[in-house]
Design a protein around this ligand. Structure first.
Ligand code: AMP
Length: 393
């Protein structure tokens, strides 16, 4: 595996700008509108390769600027070409699908391109109309796209660029057969970009199957979480977790808090308990309707809602800037999920704290996470909550 990190890392003196990366004017103008002046490391590495038509594997988690790393050069390559569906971006979840579509619109506003997002849980008809009217870029979740392919709403036979975003997550969610089905519709002579936070063997298999001599770019150590995040583990008996959460939420510094629970019922229970304590909170998980999920996310993003309680399935790729804290109410079962969860904070030029509540039965899982991320996480003891001290009472 080659890594472009060394070549791509700017010397601290002269940071390349977006023009030097080779992006053309309409794309640069949208970048300037977004307020970005300096490309992030994954953008430095992936943009020039993509502009040159190479297949690229980007190993980067959310928060690194990965969406722009593939969206900007993709838009650039589509500039001025024929009007037909030329690019497809596949994402694991509807939230990510919408966010990537938003990015395509934002960065493509001066490029005269049209895009549509296509995901399950919302009516087929408007998506069908948009697809049939002809769009340049489709952003889709795999299952729903297949529905449209089968209804012949969409023609992928002249596609030029395929992007698999969060490929590891798509495989985790069992989308491999759907990906196969979709790729069969796409010309083999195409450019393929694959982004993934991790590179398990299944993703390597996917890359070998779908890509031509891919160039791998990696911005941080495979499992390294975002550097600006400060981690802490709070040892606490399970039955005292809610009270500890309420206690921590008393701090005004906690102005935008994403709480993760393992189960949907757990998320609902935490919300109920917080509301009971007079703290407004909403849940985000798969049992909520699309409208409820969108509304909760909007309120949270706008700062109106201070606490959002989510399950893992809802968390991947959520682009929510300005989160002050991530709290793992339950310890994530998979070390990768820990990295993904805390990827919500520590975004470009921001700091955030990630707190994990650890009950006695979760000690082993925390140790495993620590082995994977390669550091020992600080333990913070709150008097009256730590099971060490509680046991002594
Ligand atoms: P992503 O990793 O794609 O989820 O992006 C994380 C966040 O970084 C998003 O809110 C982007 O708007 C922001 N971002 C992307 N590229 C840059 C950049 N070059 N400079 C500053 N912020 C950026």
């Amino acid at each position: 595996m080659t890594t472009a990190l060394e070549e791509a890392r700017p010397s601290s003196q002269s940071l390349p700008n977006f023009e030097q990366l080779g992006l053309s004017e309409p794309v640069r103008r949208a970048v300037a509108d977004a307020g970005y002046t300096v490309p992030t490391p994954i953008q430095l590495a992936a943009i020039p390769l993509t502009l040159h038509g190479r297949d690229v594997i980007g190993l980067a988690q959310t928060g690194t600027g990965k969406t722009a790393a593939f969206t900007l050069p993709l838009i650039d390559r589509l500039l001025g070409g024929p009007k037909r569906t030329r690019a497809l971006i596949l994402t694991p979840t509807r939230e990510l699908c919408q966010q990537v579509d938003e990015s395509v619109r934002k960065y493509g506003r001066y490029a005269g391109l049209s895009s549509v997002s296509v995901y399950g849980g919302s009516p087929m008809d408007p998506q069908q109309r948009a697809l049939r009217s002809g769009v340049d870029v489709i952003v889709a979740t795999p299952g729903r796209l297949i529905d449209h392919v089968e209804r012949q709403n969409v023609d992928l036979s002249e596609l030029e660029i395929l992007v698999l975003d969060e490929a590891d997550r798509m495989l985790d969610m069992g989308f491999a057969p759907q990906l196969n089905r979709i790729v069969r519709e796409i010309p083999s002579y195409r450019q393929t970009l694959l982004f993934s936070a991790t590179m398990p063997p299944e993703v390597e298999v996917l890359a070998r199957k779908y890509m031509r001599r891919p160039h791998v770019v990696e911005v941080s150590r495979r499992h390294a979480p975002a550097v600006t995040v400060k981690h802490a583990v709070y040892p606490v008996p399970r039955e005292k977790k809610t009270r500890l959460l309420v206690e921590l939420l008393r701090s005004p510094e906690m102005d935008s808090v994403l709480v993760f629970t393992r189960m949907k019922v757990g998320a609902d229970r935490v919300v109920r308990n917080l509301v009971h304590e007079g703290i407004e909170a909403e849940a985000l998980h798969a049992d909520k309707t699309q409208a409820q999920r969108e509304r909760a996310l909007e309120r949270f993003k706008s700062g109106e809602l201070r606490v959002l309680v989510a399950t893992d399935i809802a968390q991947r790729g959520l682009d929510i800037s300005g989160i002050s804290h991530v709290i793992n109410f339950d310890v994530p079962q998979q070390p990768e999920d820990y990295v993904h969860r805390i990827g919500r904070t520590g975004r470009a030029a921001q700091t955030g704290d990630a707190f994990t509540f650890m009950s006695p039965d979760e000690i082993g899982t925390v140790r495993l996470i620590e082995r994977v991320i390669g550091t020992q996480i600080d333990r913070v003891s709150v008097p009256g909550f730590d099971f060490g001290t509680v046991a002594e009472e």
